[in-house]
Design a binder for this molecule. Structure first.
Ligand code: GLU
Length: 469
C-alpha cells in the first residue's frame, strides 16, 4: 500500500505554527514511507475563506519546503460530488431526509441542556415514512448512524479510543439548501483522494468517530488516524497569539528565522529521536514515524527556537545568508536594493557575522556597518570607547596601516600589535577603540577580519575621521 497523507487547512487566516507542524508531520510521514503528500484547501466556509489566506498557506508551505506532490484540491469546487454521495446514501437506506422544524430542534437542544447532555438528534425521521413529509419544508439529510455497540478508532498516536455509539447521533450531511456539511466533504474528499493516513490535530478526534460512521455506511476503507496533541504556550495554556500562535510569515519576516530551524523545532515539538537536537531533513525523513509522536501536549519555547536558529545560521551558506538579509539591509540604509559590491562585501564578512547572530534580524543589524560608506551611527559604548581612546591613537593607526602594501589579516594583525607595543598599551586598549571607529559598535566580528573585509581604503577612511583626536 502506498501511503497518501494530506494537509487540509481552512483558509480563514494565516498558516499558523500549529498548522505548519501538522503539515510537516504529514509531509515527513509521506517521505519516510515513499508515499505522497497532498494538499486540500477546505474553503467551504465561503464567508470566512479568503484568497489572501489561500496565498498565505501556499507561501508558508513553500517557504518551509513542504510542497505537495500534486496540484491542490479545493474542497468547495467538489460540492456536487459531496451532495451526490449523500443522495447515494439515501438510496442505499443509509441516510434519510429529516423535516424537523427549527422549533423541534430547539426543543431537543433545550431538553439536552436541561439534562446536562450535549445536543443529540432524537431520530424523529429515522424510520418515519417520507410520505409524512410536511409541505414546503426543505429537508436536511442525516446519516443513519449505528446506535448499538461501540465505535473504536485505533489511533496511531492516541491508541485505541472507544465511544459508545449511542453517544453519537444521526448528524446532518446535507443541508436544506443542498450544500454538504464539513463532515461529509472531509470524508468524501479523503476517500476520493485516496488518503490512507489522516494526521491532524487532536481537536478533530471526536470528528473521527462521526467520520468513521460515514466511511462504514459507504463501505469505504477507513483511513488510519493519527491525532497529534496541540501545541501549548510555555505556561501550559492553549497556544495564543501572545505565545507565538502567529502566521509562519511572522516567523520569517518579523522574527527572522530560517525555515530549516523552524522545521527542526516543530519536528521536535512532540517527537524525538533519542537526544538528537539538530536533525537534518534527510535524518528526519529516515527517522520520523507518526506512531512515535507523543501523547502529551507540547510547549512552545521561543528561546529554544531562537537558539536552534543560531545553530542553523552558523551552518548556512554565506551567499544565501547575504541574499536573505539583503532586503532588510536595503531598507535600513534607505535604498531599493543593495548593489553588487555591497553584496560582495556581505558575503565576505558573513563567516564572522553569522557566528554572533541568532536571527536574520540580528544578522542584518550587525552587518549594516559593512555596506555603508563610513560609519553612520555609533552606539553609546562605541562613542565612549572613542572618547576615551589614548591620545594620538587613531593618527598613529592611520599612519602605520597606510604603510602596509599587502592588506592581509596577518599584516594588519602585526601592525596593530606593533602600535600597541610602541604606545605601551595592551592590545585591547587599541583594538576596542579601533573596533568602535570601524563598526560603530563595541561588539563585532574579529577586528582583523573586519579590516580585511572593509579593505584598506575604507578602513583608513573610518580611522581618519578621528585622527585629529
Ligand atoms: N480543515 C480542518 C482544519 O483546518 C482540518 C480538517 C482535517 O484535517 O480533517 O482544522
Amino acid at each position: 500500500m502506498t501511503v497518501v497523507t494530506r494537509f487540509a487547512p481552512s483558509p480563514t487566516g494565516f498558516l499558523h505554527i500549529g498548522g505548519a507542524r501538522t503539515a510537516l508531520y504529514n509531509w515527513l510521514y509521506a517521505k519516510h514511507t515513499g508515499g505522497k503528500f497532498l494538499l486540500r484547501i477546505e474553503d467551504t466556509d465561503r464567508e470566512r475563506s479568503t484568497p489572501e489566506a489561500v496565498e498565505a498557506i501556499f507561501d508558508g508551505l513553500n517557504w518551509l519546503g513542504l510542497t505537495a506532490d500534486e496540484e491542490p484540491t479545493f474542497q468547495f469546487a467538489r460540492r456536487d460530488r459531496h451532495a451526490e454521495v449523500a443522495l447515494e446514501l439515501i438510496k442505499a437506506g443509509k441516510a434519510y431526509y429529516c423535516y424537523c422544524s427549527p422549533e423541534e430542534l430547539q426543543e431537543m437542544r433545550e431538553k439536552a441542556r436541561s439534562e446536562g447532555q450535549p445536543m443529540k438528534y432524537n431520530g424523529t425521521w429515522r424510520d418515519r415514512d417520507p410520505s409524512d413529509a410536511p409541505q414546503g419544508v426543505k429537508p436536511v439529510v442525516r446519516l443513519k448512524a449505528p446506535q448499538d455497540g461501540d465505535a473504536v478508532i485505533s489511533d496511531q498516536v492516541q491508541g485505541d479510543v472507544r465511544v459508545a455509539n449511542d453517544q453519537l447521533d444521526d448528524y446532518v450531511i446535507l443541508r436544506g439548501d443542498g450544500t454538504p456539511t464539513y463532515m461529509l466533504s472531509v470524508v468524501v474528499d479523503d476517500h476520493d483522494m485516496g488518503i490512507t493516513h489522516v494526521i491532524r490535530g487532536d481537536d478533530h478526534l471526536t470528528n473521527a468517530f462521526r467520520q468513521k460512521a460515514l466511511y462504514d455506511a459507504m463501505g469505504w476503507v477507513v483511513p488510519t488516524f493519527a491525532h497529534i496533541p496541540l501545541i501549548h504556550g510555555p505556561d501550559g495554556a492553549k497556544l495564543s497569539k501572545r505565545h507565538g500562535a502567529l502566521g509562519v510569515e511572522a516567523y520569517r519576516d518579523e522574527m527572522g528565522f530560517l525555515p530549516e530551524a523552524v522545521n527542526n523545532y516543530l519536528l521536535r515539538l512532540g517527537w524525538g529521536h533519542g537526544d538528537e537536537e539538530i536533525i537534518s531533513q534527510e535524518q528526519a525523513i529516515e527517522w520520523f514515524d507518526v506512531k512515535d509522536v507523543g501523547k502529551g501536549a507540547s510547549r512552545f519555547d521561543f528561546a529554544k527556537l531562537t537558539n536552534l536558529n543560531g545553530v542553523y545560521l552558523r551552518q548556512a551558506d554565506d551567499e544565501r545568508l547575504a541574499n536573505d538579509i539583503a532586503p532588510r539591509i536595503a531598507k535600513q540604509i534607505g535604498v531599493d536594493a543593495i548593489d553588487a559590491a555591497q553584496k560582495e562585501i556581505l558575503i565576505k564578512g558573513m563567516s564572522g557575522l553569522k557566528e554572533r547572530a541568532k536571527t536574520l534580524i540580528e544578522l542584518a543589524e550587525s552587518s549594516v556597518f559593512y555596506v555603508t560608506d563610513g560609519v553612520t551611527s555609533f552606539n553609546e559604548k562605541a562613542q565612549s570607547l572613542i572618547d576615551g581612546a589614548p591620545e594620538g591613537l587613531f593618527a598613529e593607526l592611520a599612519k602605520e596601516l597606510d604603510t602596509l602594501e599587502i592588506w592581509t589579516e596577518e599584516n594588519v594583525d602585526a601592525s596593530v600589535r606593533n602600535i600597541a607595543e610602541k604606545l605601551d598599551l595592551k592590545l585591547g586598549k587599541v583594538a576596542q577603540p579601533l573596533r568602535a571607529v570601524l563598526t560603530g559598535s563595541n561588539s563585532s566580528p574579529g577586528i582583523f577580519d573586519v579590516m580585511i573585509v572593509l579593505g584598506k581604503s575604507q578602513t583608513l577612511k573610518r580611522i581618519r575621521k578621528f585622527d585629529a583626536q
